[in-house]
Design a protein around this ligand. Sequence first.
Ligand code: MIC
Ligand code: SF4
Length: 643
Amino acid sequence: MPKNLTQKILDAHVLNDVHTPGQPADLKIDQTLTQDATGTMAYIQLEAMGVDQVKTELSVSYVDHNTLQSGFMNADDHAYLQSVAAKHGVLFSRPGNGICHQVHLERFARPGKTLIGSDSHTPTAGAMASIAMGAGGLDVAKAMAGLPYTIPYPQVVEVRLEGKLPHGVSAKDIILELLRRRSVKGGVGKVFEYTGPGVKELSVYQRATITNMGAELGATTSIFPSDERTREFLASQNREDDWMELGADDGAVYNDLEVIDLSTLAPAAACPNSPDAVKSITELAGQKVDQVAIGSCTNSGFEDMMKAAAILEGHTIADNVSLVVSPGSRQVLMKLMDNGALASFVKAGARILECTCGPCIGMGQSPKSEGVSLRTFNRNFYGRSGTLSAGVYLVSPETAAASAIAGVFADPRDLDYPDTDFEEHPFIDDSLILAPSDHPEDVEIIRGPNIRPLPINEELPDSFEKKVVIKLGDNITTDHIAPAGAEVLPYRSNIEKLSTFVFRNNKEGFDKVCKENGGGIIVAGDNYGQGSSREHAALAPMYLGIKAVMAKSFARIHLANLINFGILPLTFRNPEDFDTIDEFDTLVFENLDALDPEQPLLVKNATKGYVYEMDCQFTEGDLPTLHAGGTLNRIRKMQSENE
Ligand code: MIC
Ligand code: SF4
């Protein structure tokens, strides 16, 4: 039976013989990556599991998110991460070396491998024909411990690319088109596999923009075949030995089809506050712009930077615009220094930032009040930029650069600049990637005061009564639940402090409400927990005593995180029941010892006198974890039973 590329790689890694969409497939994981904002927790959990040396083929710890270092907290985290990597067999990419996904693509990603990362944009490596998925830190820790990673076996959508991109139209415009068609929840449970004659027209960097932002579809991942373009890219990185040809078999079957004719696309923007609120630049042309930011793991590769520099060359940015540029990796930055492109940026008036996530995660560069910010990033969720009243638009580097000069939304198709591939020899230097210690027993873990012990959940009681502490609508992101930004991110390894920020842009003082009511229940609409992989969006609510989330539907990674931290994820069998619940209603949960995922759980609304049939969004295999109060409790229990 011919297989598509996704099935080929998955089936070579499935350990429990599951090949049917929707069924839980246990996967062997070859590579892992972590970043600092989620990594501290992942390694604290790895330590708690008592793992000596990681069991993967390759594990890399990157520092790229929390690099502001105002106060000791982030520096404490970095020191901890460096020491724990040296001790446990993990490569350590130092701050300044670049954004995890960019560096991983350049230096480590390989065709045919499985990769999970504690960051939702890990699918970037799908540009290199890896099955690369975002996961919670605890799942990444488990993979480092040699345990399988379980996902619902995905449906595979064929995205057939035809034609060639016109001048001024970018890979970013391809993924924006898909988001326009399919929406931020259109990819749940699916892998988007790219095929067709248009594939060879795209370089690995362009493919990476698409696989990266495929995360915004809610997809499990996205993938391109490994072909001649992949070989060229790997050869330029001195890694030709890592190449192999890999694609779908002739006659492979898919669950769904989407055809995109590249020659018909036009420059586009995702408008505030959702990556799927897509309009064409023609519709927006002429509207005033206050800030332009070029960078992030979506659009900070060499070609993107070169195109933006070529457009800016010889121009000065408009008086009303502030332009910031953050190259994705030190390799890219060095090359821009060598070939003079960095000078073009500086001469044009750009402010050059570190090779990190920076403004993408609200680490500085918040726009002015009610400002209009054009960013080459992948997310424009409410509040993420740090300015609640600002409007963030997601655009290509070409549109960003053109608009920075014009001071208004501008169409790059009107400008004359070279459409080359810029396939020069990159600068290659791995000296900021530290190998693990040859004498791990001598390495002492550095634990500054910001590294706090993990909060422990209680076992799931047989019955409880809790109030609804918040009721929310559709598409609530993890940025709503556990906000990011320069003020909050330093507390990612200090859950007590972090919990004071939960839902702060929705309901000021949410933590106090939870404390006064002895925890509670969250009620939400569709696609609850979309966006990032941050397990803090489950861990901090767990710390506040949240026992269940009752939603219309969940995003994949957040659902797994809820289970990992012992919070019951439930969906309404009758969606109209949602309308009958209000904040502070008292809900009664009973007979949980006999919980059966195949049967609806009956939840009583004691305030209104209703009974709700709730579907369990977990499997039989998750039951011991939920009863134990989460994965770590379960692992500890198993360890003590074996002693
Ligand atoms: C993001 O883009 O939202 C982040 C910050 O990279 C997150 C991870 C985090 O919250 O630390 C992600 O994408 O998973
Ligand atoms: Fe960093 Fe932004 Fe990419 Fe997340 S989306 S990894 S914050 S650059």
